[in-house]
Design a protein around this ligand. Structure first.
Ligand SMILES: *[C@@H]1O[C@H](CO)[C@@H](O)[C@H](O)[C@H]1NC(C)=O
Ligand SMILES: *[C@@H]1O[C@H](CO)[C@@H](O)[C@H](O)[C@H]1NC(C)=O
Ligand SMILES: *[C@@H]1O[C@H](CO)[C@@H](O)[C@H](O)[C@H]1NC(C)=O
Ligand SMILES: *[C@@H]1O[C@H](CO)[C@@H](O)[C@H](O)[C@H]1NC(C)=O
Ligand SMILES: *[C@@H]1O[C@H](CO)[C@@H](O)[C@H](O)[C@H]1NC(C)=O
Length: 421
């Protein structure tokens, strides 16, 4: 326990220094820190694994060459980061990339592991600590290197093989040949492939498969601030394309109250007995979320030099109403083909029957879904969200409901038609 605690402190200190110092020194520190994390799971860290880490250190200490034209070293590869928050349809949009074809390597929420381990070590997620870790893990993953992510996976992978990669089944590339090794049975895998049974995930194979694919896409709901991703945008090895997915905060709240029922207990109780006092803490969290989303979008829409041509804002409501058109726009923005695979997938999944409505399901009747929240949330909660998230709603073109009748009047749309950029 003592060792674990000490290691945690070293880890946090290293991450904090990373925040302050330049990226080269900090990456070395972060790697040393993750070495400690890794070491706590296996005392007999042998020579070969040291060599392995030293090998990585070599690469990490290489200064990133500043080239006149960014992304010149990416060789035509696109690196897509889908930024969202929960209940904004990011699983659905992520599938556009997952289904794109054999040229795309897609990862669903790999930062889940990072958040989980940092939360375990510090008791709660601390953005100051998490941010640099997220950034470095993302950078490595876009370069097909899983080593830093491995140090966050619990239980730690053995010989780069894991049974615990979060939502493996949501990445086609991880469930296809050659990454899908023969099923061995007996091993418990929480996130096993759905389409077929595979052996435990060999991350060396995953990395090789990733390197062979032309483009890479990662979806995350854990990145709050676009500006913290600037180093990725400026890394010449990456040709970053950021897609920020936003949704009407009133609809998000309504959806979360259903999906994360116990977590949103306070809100539900308040919805039922309107006279209960509002929980200040919950309201502050809501405001924080809305403000973060707005600040990121403002930076993106202002098109600073480092983001020029790399940022696209997409509203959930537009995806839900015009999935084909919006998907085509996204692929055009990224500069990769909108394949027949994606088209077929969209057709199939926007005509899904009403019975299919699993919480994490991406199959839904999109045009119906988009207005549903107006009948499932009391007007007083709507008023509160409008008060707290007003500027965010205005920026994205979500109209305020003046009263109860307007809220439930289907002939009045609360979505302004708006194009961004
Ligand atoms: C510890 O590491 C050694 C050498 O890499 C390996 O053979 C062994 O299985 C590991 N043990 C555990 C518990 O991870
Ligand atoms: C280090 O970089 C070299 C050259 O770019 C590359 O061939 C090698 O695979 C990298 N090693 C690791 C462990 O990332
Ligand atoms: C996050 O961690 C840093 C370093 O340990 C600390 O200075 C800061 O106060 C923490 N922030 C929160 C919100 O706990
Ligand atoms: C994982 O795949 C690599 C590359 O094919 C292979 O060399 C290694 O032996 C595999 N690891 C295990 C434990 O099967
Ligand atoms: C989807 O919902 C809309 C609006 O209720 C309805 O008009 C349409 O027929 C539905 N489509 C399917 C395939 O269920």
């Amino acid at each position: 326990m003592h060792i674990k605690y000490t290691i945690s402190v070293i880890f946090i200190v290293a991450l904090v220094i990373i925040e302050k110092e330049n990226s080269i020194i900090s990456n070395v520190l972060l790697l040393s820190a993750s070495l400690f994390t890794a070491a706590q799971h296996n005392v007999s860290t042998d020579l070969s694994s040291h060599q392995h880490v030293n090998h990585h250190l070599e690469n990490w200490t290489q200064p990133i060459q500043q080239s006149a034209s960014p992304a010149s070293a990416a060789g035509g590869r696109k690196h897509i980061l889908l930024l969202a928050t929960t209940r904004t349809g990011s699983s659905f949009v992520g599938e556009f990339f997952n289904q794109q074809g054999s040229n795309m390597f897609y990862l669903f929420e790999p930062l889940w592991h990072v958040e989980r381990m940092l939360t375990m070590e510090t008791g709660r997620t601390n953005a100051t600590v998490a941010r640099p870790a997220y950034q470095d893990v993302l950078r490595q993953l876009f370069l097909c290197d899983f080593s830093l992510l491995e140090s966050f996976i619990e239980p730690p992978p053995e010989d780069h093989v894991t049974t615990a990669l979060f939502r493996r089944e949501s990445s086609r590339s991880l469930c296809e040949d050659p990454v899908c090794t023969p099923f061995v049975g007996k091993v418990f895998e929480r996130y096993h492939c759905g389409v077929r049974r595979c052996g435990p995930l060999n991350l060396t194979l995953a990395s090789q498969s990733c390197l062979q694919k032309e483009h890479r896409a990662i979806k995350s709901i854990r990145l709050q601030q676009l500006k913290t991703l600037r180093p990725l945008a400026e890394d010449p090895r990456l040709d970053m394309k950021f897609i920020q997915l936003v949704r009407d905060p009133r609809a998000v709240l309504a959806s979360r109250m259903v999906a994360f029922s116990s977590k949103y207990d306070v809100w539900k109780r308040w919805a039922v007995n309107g006279d209960l006092p509002v929980d200040e803490n919950e309201v502050r969290k809501l405001k924080g979320n809305c403000d973060n989303i707005r600040m990121s979008a403002k930076i993106g829409l202002n098109q600073p030099v480092w983001l020029r041509g790399r940022y696209m804002l997409v509203r959930y409501e537009d995806i839900a109403r015009f999935p084909m058109r919006k998907a085509a726009e996204m692929f055009e923005f990224i500069g990769i083909p909108f394949t027949a695979n994606v088209e077929e997938w969209i057709l199939k999944n926007t005509r899904a029957s009403k019975e299919v409505s699993g919480v994490y399901s991406t199959q839904r009747n999109s045009s119906e879904q988009v207005e549903k929240w107006r009948f499932s949330i009391p007007f007083k909660l709507v008023q509160l969200v409008q008060k707290v998230c007003g500027p965010t709603m205005t920026l994205f073109g979500y109209k305020f409901a003046e009263n109860k009748d307007m809220l439930t009047d289907k002939s009045v749309s609360l979505i302004e038609e708006k194009t961004f950029l």
